[in-house]
Each structure stands twice: as structure tokens, then as C-alpha cells.
Design a binder for this molecule. Structure first.
Ligand code: GLN
Ligand code: ZN
Length: 723
């Protein structure tokens, strides 16, 4: 039985990639140290693959993002050296960043800016593709074009043909023996035109000597048969996230091509039922040539379980990337007739724990009533304004302030038990007090406490809630060098006491300006965690919503007048195929409404989403019944306006005027441009001025001048636009 795996995390167990690249940015790592470090990371990755599977792709490594690398290879961006390369990742000229399918990985979006594409093979600033390689990872032309922007629709067909020819030329020139063609965009809902463009363009793969295996994942392929008629050696399909649709199409298929059966989940950490998977593999082995592989790249998982701080019971139920490789090999073993290791591995598969009858029955007894605020938005608006008395163009930030070296150091000391609770608390209070003072000095209208006590907006709540475990060292890349540790939701989620009130109430005690309470919403907690699969995800969402609802009650008791429920992941979590959207948004919206249903009318509920292509989700968003929403807008200027032109959006909105993902400090004029454009479609009475996301990754040296400009802009606007 042949085995294969792809997408093993590039980060490194000790987050070496992050340290190398950030070290290089900071001048502490030289170019040759960086490249050597990367080389050795790649060696380690190869060795890991080799221990478990028969084959895997080369050149998966990137210094920042694989879509960016492809854009450079295709000649869309001319890059002469590493500094040019990193300019495209961060700073003033950085490319727009967006979520990679429905995952929390962000890629850099190649932009054709409406031009006729003019592809030419161009080198990367390091030796990424070695001539004569065995099996090389290449982003497929279709996925590349589908995920890029600014390509006029009338060029698509032609561009796809040209890009495919370019890839063929590349394969020949480099003498690759086989190719791993990564084509996940084929799982999207495609038009007939797109399918026929793929069919036409990919037909030229018939002219290459190298074996080409095309991989799809994250969902089913709507026209699987079409792919099997292309001149390819093999096709990779996802049998985990396909709702059974790939399975039923495969059952009808006769083919002499190799089928890479994705039977080990690359997106969730639960151990695989290797016996079930082996049966599936055996079933298909009768019809065609089968290879066992993962479903979805493994970079959504931490490297391995070594050193993970999980309860023993849970440890026996989970597998990270390396353990998933092992599962692939176990499946092959079982198919080959050897069962013992697999039996041992799956012993605790069906042992569940962490039940809470109380929470379960609260969810069971929920009614329509529990999803509605008692007073309409227009009424609430009046009541809230009477209390808050905010000026036109109110200013605020999204929640977090810089997490300095010192804060991280002190927090780590505390976590390691080297700093007692009281001293830690005093330190955090000191930071909150400084942040409040800074915000008052700057003249912001709605203040925040700064989130200094939180490592991460999901992990923090995971640590406070029952039924969720944190891993300690299970790092995963979110974008570039930015990492996070997804928690594991394994049982019923329950709040046992207030989670955030103390810090926010303390901040409020220092100022007369309103301080926003900061919460993370159910969808985001779910999206950025690994979620149990023994109950529907909607149930998990309602359990979390109940915890948040109780927290808001506690805020109100403590005199907090504004609460923000962050749902940055709401768009990302939506299924790839729109035909599944209603089902998803139904529970996503209900969970949000459940959070705020018992908030008093005078409590102003904000939400924040890190997303700007609002057009497609607008109809759902308006049902969430918040009072104010803040969204990203600064990188993809203008696109958002179309969305607002179409609907009658009556809520208040803060469009991000400062792209906080880069260290660049925007001027008053640059920010004004965004506002002026937005004011064409959004009434000024509803407009808030804020950065596009939290400031925790920024430094105070950037934050203070940028916020100073932001407040200045608001003041100017107030003067100019008040008649
Ligand atoms: N309140 C969070 C913060 O400011 C929101 C972050 C996010 O949207 N990702 O950090
Ligand atoms: Zn955000």
C-alpha cells in the first residue's frame, strides 16, 4: 500500500521559521544564516515525512507565503533580493492579505490591477526550486488565478492557458520528475465556463514527461469526472470534508489514474479511526490504484504532540501533524493485514468526557425569545446616545494595545509560576492605567483596557472556560511569521465565574469616558480552535454564547456601558460552497443573538470582523442585531462600498482607516481618503473612526502617532461636516 502526505508544517517545532525571518527583519540574522536555517528546517521536514510515508512534495517551504512565491515565479512582481520580497509582505507596499479558503491561514493576494497578464518565469530570491527534483510542489494555475484579484473576467480563459503553458515550461526547464499540483480552488462552486477553461488549459499537461498529480481538498469536487479525463497521472480527493460527495462520485468512476484518497483529517486533531479508513481504502483498491494520504494540508496542525500540556485522557484521543503521518502509515499497515499497533492507537477513540448536564439542558431549553433583544435598534440608539453622548465621528480602537517584550516576559514568568498572582495583577493594572492615560491624552472617545492580560483572544477564553483545553506549545501559522495556539474544545463549555470583568471594570474606574468590554464571540472561538465532533458545532456555539451572555450581565452590574463581541472569523468559517451557507449562518447568527439577547437596551453592543468583502455576507450580517460594527477596509479600499450601496444598512459602522497589519503610520490625509469614499454610501451620523484591527502586534512608537492622526482626522471631520 503506497502512502503520501503533503503540507507538513513549515514553522518548525521551536517556531524556527518565525525566529529566523523576524531575526532577519530585525538585523539579528544575516541573509546567509536565514537561508541556511531554512535549508535545515526543510531537511528536518523531509526526514519527518520519510519516517512515515513513501512519498511527499519538495519545495513546499516559503519564507512568508506560497501564493506570493507563485506570483513572483510567474513574473507578476519583480523581486531582486530578499528585501524586495519582504516589502511585498509588510509595510507600505504590502499586498492585501486574505483568508485561505475557510481556514485561519492568510495568504497574500496577487493583484493584476486590471492589466492584461504578461507572465514570464522569474526567479525567487532564494533557491526554492532545485533542478531535477523528485516531486515538486506547485500551485496550480487555476487556484492561483482564482485566488488572485484584479484579473478582468474576459482575460481569465486566456490567462489560464498562458499560465499553464508557463508552468509546463517551468517543469521542463527544471527537469522535475513529478509534480504535486496544488489545486484546492477546484472545490469551489465553479461555473461551466470555468470548468471548460480548466479542461482546455490543463489539456497541455499531455505534453510533459513529468508525472502530474493534482490535489484538491477542503471540500468535494463538483465535477470529479472532468478532472479524471485530464492528462494527469493522479488526482487527490478529500474524503473527510466532502459531505460524502466525493465518495459517491468515486464509486461511479472507472479510471486507470492513481487516486490519492484523503482519509486522515489535516484540519482537526482527533485521532483517525484507522480501521474505518483502511476499509475505505480497501473498498476503492478494487476499482483503481490507490494511495493513502491526508485530507487537507497538515499545516493546520501543530508539528507534534511532544511537550503538549494536555490532560492525559485527551492526549490519548488526539494527533498533531506528525502523528497524522503516523496514522497514514497505520492505515497502510491495517490494509496490509497488521492490526496490533493500530488497535493500540485507537483504543480510546470513543471515550468521551467533560459532560455538563446543566449546560446541556440550558441549550436544550432555548426558545426564540432567547435570540431577541427586547427593544428595537432605533429605540436603543436613542437610549444609548442619551447615556453615552458621543460626538459625531466617534473614535475608538478595536481592543488590544501593544504587547511589549516586557508584558510577554512578565506574563511568561507568571505562567511558569515564577511570579505570584498578586504581583502579576498589579503589573497588569499598571499597564491598564498607562493605556487609559494614553487614550485620554490622545482624546479618543471610547476607550479600551488594552487586553494586556490576554495572550490571544481565543486562548484566553479557552483557559477560563470549562470543556476547552490549551496545548501550551501547539503553534500554527496564521500568516507570515504570525502564530497562534488553537485550543481544543473537547467537552461541554461552561463559564464558572466572570472572565474579563475585573480588568475592564478597573479600567472604567480610571476614566469618565466609556470603556468597552471585550469578548470573543462563539464562532471565532470555534473557528480558531479544534472542535469536538461528537455533537453538532451549533450546539458548541450555543454553549459558548450562554457563557458570553452571562459575562455581559456581569459587565452591566459593574457599570460597563459598551460591550464588543469580536467575530473576526465569521466569514472565514462559512463553508466554501455557498449552497451550504444558510445552514451555517443560521447557527452563527443565532449564537451571536443569543450572546446579546438579555443585554439591557442601554448597553451598546459592538462587533468587530476582520473582513471587508462584505457584499456576499451582508444579508446575514444585518441579522446579527448589533448596534455598531467595525470592519477592516484599509487594504482593500473601496471594494466595501459596493456592498453598502446595495443594502439599507441602518447600524453604526467603523471602517478601518489604518491598516494595522503593517508598521506604516498613515497620515491624516491617507486616512481621510478612506472616510471620504465611505461617506458616499454611509451616512455621517453612523460613522465611527477606528483602526482596522487590534493593535497588539504594533509598537507604541507606531500606535501613538497613528492614533494622534486618527483623532485629528475625526476632529477635522467634525468641524467640517457639522452644519
Ligand atoms: N479585540 C481584538 C484585539 O483587538 C480583536 C482582534 C481581531 O479581530 N482579530 O486584538
Ligand atoms: Zn480584527
Amino acid at each position: 500500500m503506497k502512502t503520501y502526505a503533503y503540507g507538513f508544517p513549515r514553522l518548525g517545532k521551536q517556531r524556527e521559521l518565525k525566529k529566523l525571518v523576524e531575526g532577519y527583519w530585525g538585523g539579528k540574522v544575516t541573509e546567509s544564516e536565514l537561508l541556511q536555517g531554512i535549508e535545515s528546517l526543510e531537511e528536518t521536514r523531509k526526514k519527518t515525512y520519510c519516517r512515515y510515508v513513501s512519498s511527499f512534495p519538495r519545495s513546499e517551504m516559503t519564507l512568508y507565503d506560497h501564493m506570493l512565491d507563485a506570483a513572483i515565479l510567474h513574473g507578476i512582481y519583480k523581486v531582486e533580493n530578499l528585501d524586495d520580497y519582504f516589502q511585498l509582505c509588510r509595510g507600505k507596499n504590502a499586498l492585501e492579505m486574505t483568508k485561505w479558503f475557510n481556514t485561519n491561514y492568510h495568504y497574500l493576494v496577487p493583484d493584476f490591477e486590471g492589466r492584461v497578464p504578461d507572465f514570464s518565469l522569474s526567479p525567487l530570491p532564494w533557491d526554492k526550486y532545485k533542478s531535477g527534483e523528485e516531486n515538486v510542489y506547485i500551485i496550480a494555475p487555476f487556484t492561483f488565478l482564482k485566488l488572485s484579484k484584479g484579473l478582468r473576467r474576459e482575460y481569465f480563459r486566456e490567462a489560464l492557458k498562458e499560465l499553464t503553458s508557463l508552468i509546463v515550461e517551468f517543469i521542463r526547464e527544471k527537469g522535475f520528475k513529478s509534480v504535486h499540483l496544488d489545486d484546492p480552488a477546484l472545490v469551489m462552486e465553479l461555473t461551466d465556463d470555468e470548468w471548460s477553461a480548466v479542461e482546455k488549459a490543463y489539456s497541455i499537461f499531455a505534453d510533459v514527461d513529468a508525472k502530474i498529480n493534482l490535489f484538491t481538498y477542503y471540500d468535494s469536487i463538483d465535477r470529479l469526472e472532468l478532472l479524471f479525463n485530464l492528462p494527469l497521472s493522479g488526482i487527490g480527493v478529500d474524503l473527510i470534508h466532502d459531505r460524502g460527495e466525493n465518495y459517491s462520485q468515486l464509486k461511479k468512476l472507472k479510471t486507470d489514474k492513481t487516486v490519492f484518497l484523503g482519509v486522515v483529517d489535516g484540519r482537526n486533531i482527533w485521532r483517525c479511526d484507522v480501521f474505518r479508513a483502511a476499509n475505505l481504502v480497501k473498498e476503492f483498491s478494487e476499482d483503481f490504484n490507490v494511495v493513502v494520504t491526508n485530507a487537507a494540508p497538515l499545516f493546520h496542525l501543530p508539528v507534534n504532540l511532544e511537550g503538549a500540556t494536555l490532560p492525559e485522557k485527551l492526549l490519548r484521543k488526539v494527533a498533531f501533524a506528525e502523528e497524522k503521518l503516523n496514522e497514514i502509515s497505520l492505515i497502510a499497515e491495517v490494509v496490509g493485514g497488521y492490526n496490533d499497533t493500530a488497535k493500540e492507537w485507537t483504543k480510546d477513540l470513543n471515550v468521551s468526557f467533560g459532560f455538563d448536564e446543566d449546560v446541556k439542558s440550558r441549550v436544550k431549553n432555548l426558545t426564540e425569545e432567547d435570540l431577541n433583544r427586547k427593544v428595537s435598534y432605533s429605540e436603543r440608539k436613542k437610549i444609548q446616545q442619551e447615556i453615552l453622548k458621543l460626538p459625531l465621528f466617534p473614535t475608538t480602537t478595536i481592543g488590544s494595545f501593544p504587547q511589549t517584550e516586557e508584558i510577554r516576559r512578565i506574563r511568561l514568568l507568571h505562567r511558569k509560576g515564577k511570579l505570584d498572582k498578586e504581583s502579576y495583577k498589579t503589573f497588569i493594572r499598571g499597564e491598564i492605567a498607562k493605556a487609559i492615560q494614553i487614550q485620554e491624552d490622545l482624546g479618543l472617545d471610547v476607550l479600551v483596557h488594552g487586553e494586556f492580560e490576554r495572550t490571544d483572544m481565543v486562548e484566553f477564553f479557552a483557559e477560563k472556560l470549562e470543556g476547552i483545553a490549551t496545548t501550551g506549545n501547539g503553534w500554527v501559522i496564521s500568516y507570515g511569521t504570525r502564530c497562534y495556539r488553537p485550543p481544543i474544545i473537547y467537552g461541554d463549555v461552561k463559564r464558572t465565574k466572570a472572565m474579563t470583568v475585573e480588568e475592564v471594570a478597573f479600567a472604567q474606574s480610571l476614566t469618565d469616558k466609556p470603556v468597552k468590554g471585550m469578548l470573543t464571540g462563539p464562532v471565532t472561538i470555534i473557528a480558531w480552535s479544534y472542535v469536538r465532533e461528537d455533537v453538532p458545532t451549533s450546539e458548541v456555539a450555543y454553549q459558548i454564547a450562554l457563557a458570553i451572555k452571562d459575562e455581559i450581565k456581569d459587565y452591566e452590574k459593574a457599570g460597563i456601558k459598551i460591550v464588543q463581541i469580536d467575530e473576526p472569523a465569521i466569514r472565514e468559517k462559512a463553508p466554501i460552497k455557498k449552497r451550504h451557507w444558510n445552514e451555517y449562518f443560521d447557527w452563527a447568527i443565532k449564537s451571536f443573538r443569543l450572546c446579546c439577547s438579555s443585554a439591557k437596551p442601554e448597553t451598546q453592543i459592538h462587533t468587530h470582523m476582520c473582513y471587508s468583502e462584505f457584499g456576499e455576507i451582508m444579508e446575514y450580517i444585518v441579522k446579527m442585531d448589533f448596534d455598531v460594527i467595525s470592519i477592516e477596509a484599509s487594504r482593500s479600499k473601496g471594494d466595501i462600498l459596493e456592498a453598502f450601496e446595495k443594502v439599507n444598512f441602518d447600524r453604526q459602522i467603523g471602517l478601518g482607516v489604518w491598516d494595522i497589519h503593517s508598521p506604516y503610520v498613515p497620515s491624516v490625509e491617507e486616512m481621510r481618503e478612506i472616510v471620504e469614499r465611505a461617506l458616499r454610501v454611509i451616512p455621517k451620523e453612523n460613522f465611527w473612526i477606528n483602526p482596522d484591527c487590534g493593535l497588539k502586534t504594533r509598537r507604541w512608537e507606531e500606535v501613538i502617532p497613528a492614533l494622534r492622526n486618527l483623532v485629528k482626522l475625526a476632529m477635522d471631520l467634525r468641524r467640517e461636516k457639522t452644519v
